[in-house]
Write a protein that binds this ligand. Structure first.
Ligand code: 13P
Ligand code: 13P
Ligand code: MG
Ligand code: MG
Length: 378
């Protein structure tokens, strides 16, 4: 049976700053989905990561279905009303447009979707990150699908060893979807060349070369490019199918032990290490560190099992401690150099305004006439 998995997520308001949505707001979103999903959804799962609420849905209407997108949009609208009533911070933060126009893309919420023929057993992972942007998944996707140091399946399984096709999006291009397909392993260096630039080139999807099946999808929206100004970080979601023709769950999780530095954290304007945390975690230190959660599921005939919290294990406590050290380490240098994002990525206008003002106060020293040396008497 062919099914579609859709994740649509938004920040519609949170308690105590950008920490966590209220239970009531989350419940409102969940109730709206429950009461209005008849004939649309096979199943759904509502969760939060930091201040973002994600709706995971299974259905048979394919990707980009207006009915599915409208359901999510309206549930966020209902949640926003409650967030306003409760006086939550940033109520409706990610709902950037007033009227729904058929698809949440370009309207603020992040989304990723995949349609596939369900396998008899269908394990998949749902990732949600807060206080960072979609490029945060570049390195983990590259390592899980293209590097035998993390994915020994590339050596041990003939099917996985056929490699994967990455679709990369240029997220700076705003007139449409500007994408390129690259094959691993032959084009690994081309892939790395693009993926090193997390702010511009983002993994949109990965497909198996053994079966041409979809393996992974990532939300690629950048609020910065939609609103033209800072309205919050993009806080991306991703879906990854596991086992069989795809990497094993442990291979997909392996890169998250690095705690690699990503853009985000305080005011969306710094670099911080990506910390794998338990489901429904909040953020704290320096509006971060950037966090990622992972709920592992099996889906059968469109019905989800209960989620298993993939980062709830003693091993990840060790990773979290190391990542906390990395966070503290880079914070030592405050605004200096790589601790703060480059000028082009700064999410607040304050620095730009200050630069303009300072620019006018610069002076160029007048070149002094060169001193002529008196000829020394012979
Ligand atoms: P199974 O042989 O139990 O499927 O496990 C293989 C695997 O993916 C372990 O990483
Ligand atoms: P969010 O994008 O998660 O709302 O965070 C915004 C922010 O500026 C945190 O400092
Ligand atoms: Mg927020
Ligand atoms: Mg957020």
């Amino acid at each position: 049976m062919k099914i579609t998995l859709s994740v649509i997520k938004a920040d519609i308001g949170s308690i105590g700053g950008h920490i966590r949505p209220s239970d009531k707001v989350k419940q409102t979103v969940a109730n709206y989905i429950r009461d209005n999903s008849k004939g649309l959804l096979l199943d759904s799962y509502i969760s939060s990561t930091g201040d973002d609420i994600a709706i995971l849905m299974s259905h048979q209407r394919g990707v980009d279905d207006p009915g599915i997108h409208e359901l999510a949009w309206k549930s966020f609208m209902a949640g926003t009303e409650v967030a306003k009533d409760q006086g939550l911070y940033g109520a409706g933060q990610d709902l950037l447009k007033d009227a729904f126009s058929g698809n949440v893309r370009g309207m603020g919420p992040a989304s990723c979707e995949m349609e596939f023929e369900e396998r008899p057993n269908e394990p998949f992972l749902f990732f949600a990150a807060d206080k960072t942007d979609p490029g945060a998944y570049n390195l983990p996707m590259y390592l899980a699908f293209a590097d035998p140091m993390h994915c020994p399946g590339l050596l041990l399984s003939a099917k996985i060893g056929k490699g994967f096709i990455f679709t990369i999006m240029d997220v700076n291009y705003t007139k449409g979807d500007r994408v390129i397909e690259l094959k691993a392993p032959e084009q690994l260096y081309d892939l790395a060349c693009l993926l090193r630039d997390n702010e511009r080139f983002v993994v949109e999807s990965v497909r198996s070369r053994a079966s041409d099946e979809i393996a992974a999808v990532v939300s690629t929206s950048r609020l910065h490019n939609i609103a033209g100004k800072y309205t919050g970080k993009d806080d991306p979601v991703a879906l990854v199918r596991a086992q069989g023709n795809f990497p094993a769950t442990g291979e997909i999780l392996s890169p998250y032990r690095i705690g690699h530095y990503v853009a985000g954290t305080m005011r969306g304007s710094h670099n911080g290490p990506l910390m794998p945390v338990k489901l429904n975690s909040t953020v704290s230190f320096f509006d971060g560190p950037p966090v990622v959660t992972c709920a592992a599921f099996c889906v059968h005939k469109g019905k989800f099992t209960e989620p298993v919290d993939a980062f709830d294990h003693p091993f990840w406590d060790w990773v979290r401690n190391r990542t906390a050290e990395k966070a503290a380490e880079i914070r030592q240098q405050g605004f200096s150099g790589p601790a703060m994002l480059p000028y082009s990525e700064l999410e607040y206008g304050g620095v730009a305004e200050k630069m303009k003002e300072l620019d006018e106060r610069f002076i160029v020293r007048e070149a002094k006439p060169a001193k002529t040396h008196k000829k020394q008497a012979a």
